[in-house]
Design a protein around this ligand. Structure first.
Ligand SMILES: [Cu+2]
Length: 314
């Protein structure tokens, strides 16, 4: 029930559902997911600088939504009355009608739809309201993880898990032409410049952590809106990489995985030695503006990190 606890922690309640007689014997659930579009300031660097973001639930990225393959997601989107803009949601884990389920709603409106989570993996969600690049650049994105029904030899149970979402910051988020030009000022992980990199930013207070030998699973989304990611762990090698996070897509011993805007991947990392790796996009014009996340490998690694609600480190 670890997933349910994780969802509850983010205000998302999993409820009982019919047993669908799955081959694995797993019980398919109906999972209630509610997200609220909020236009609020959020912090974009380790000094506390803010921008007027557009968000899901007031944070960038939005909450981690986590279900199991075969579950049905019953989704509610609310556009807060005090907002000035229409907003929508686009779940890459869903197969629906773009003109219906994914259509925007006005401030003060609510919409509901449901979809079955049929493909296991790691999927992007984002606002698709016009101008979509602007809504993403202002922070309306997150991840939905669809866990497979069971682990396997090629997709073993990890010791720790982390979520990293790459996105771009712009110097003026009201300037649609600037955002459409792709002239970002920073490329970042989880909404903040060098959030997990005290090596390059003395104001950074966090790193990712694990013990040497542990299997660390990284759920990676490239929110864009424009830049490709060359996702690489400096001083490490991805043990396995799974494009779209589907266990069937296993690739071995990868140094770098290219993940385009709107795409996602799951990547496994094991360090045989104590020390650190620096997870980056190896497109260095991007990494050196903010897309570096240090993971420290030590026998003293905090047991609470990379587990439960701490897979997206706020
Ligand atoms: Cu929006």
């Amino acid at each position: 029930m670890r997933w349910n606890q994780s969802l509850k922690g983010m205000g998302i309640a999993a409820c009982a559902a019919a047993v669908l007689g799955l081959a694995s014997g797993a019980e398919a659930k109906t999972v209630q997911v509610s997200l609220t579009a909020k236009e609020v300031p959020t912090v974009i660097d380790n000094k506390g600088t803010t921008q007027l973001s557009w968000t899901f639930n007031g944070t960038v990225p939005g909450p981690v939504v986590r279900v199991t393959e075969g579950d049905t997601v019953e989704f509610t989107l609310t556009n807060e009355k005090s907002n000035k803009n229409s907003h929508s949601i686009d779940f890459h884990a869903a197969r629906v009608n773009v003109l219906d389920e994914f259509a925007p709603i006005k401030p003060g409106e609510t919409k509901k739809f449901s979809f079955p989570a049929t493909k296991p993996g790691v999927f992007y969600y984002h606002c698709g309201a016009s101008n979509m690049a602007q809504h993403i650049a202002r922070g309306m994105f997150g991840v939905i993880i669809v866990d497979p029904k069971k682990f396997s030899k090629d997709y073993p149970k990890p010791d720790r898990e982390y979520v990293l979402i790459q996105s771009e910051l712009y110097s003026n988020v009201d300037d649609v032409d600037l955002i459409m030009s792709g002239k970002w000022s920073n490329v970042v992980f989880n909404g903040t410049v060098l959030k997990y990199d005290p090596v390059h930013d003395p104001n950074a207070t966090k790193t990712l952590v694990a013990k040497p030998g542990e299997l660390v699973r990284v759920f990676f989304v490239n929110a864009g809106p424009h830049e490709f990611s060359a996702f690489h762990p400096i001083a490490g090698i991805w043990e396995r990489a799974y494009p779209s996070g589907n266990p069937a897509n296993v690739m071995w011993g990868m140094q770098t995985l290219v993940v385009g805007p709107g795409d996602a991947a799951t990547l496994d990392l094991i360090s045989p030695v104590p020390g650190g790796n620096a997870i980056v996009t190896h497109s260095l014009k991007a990494a050196l503006t903010g897309a570096i996340a240090v993971i420290v490998f030590s026998d003293e690694a905090d047991e609470s990190m990379g587990r439960g609600d701490n897979i997206l480190v706020r």
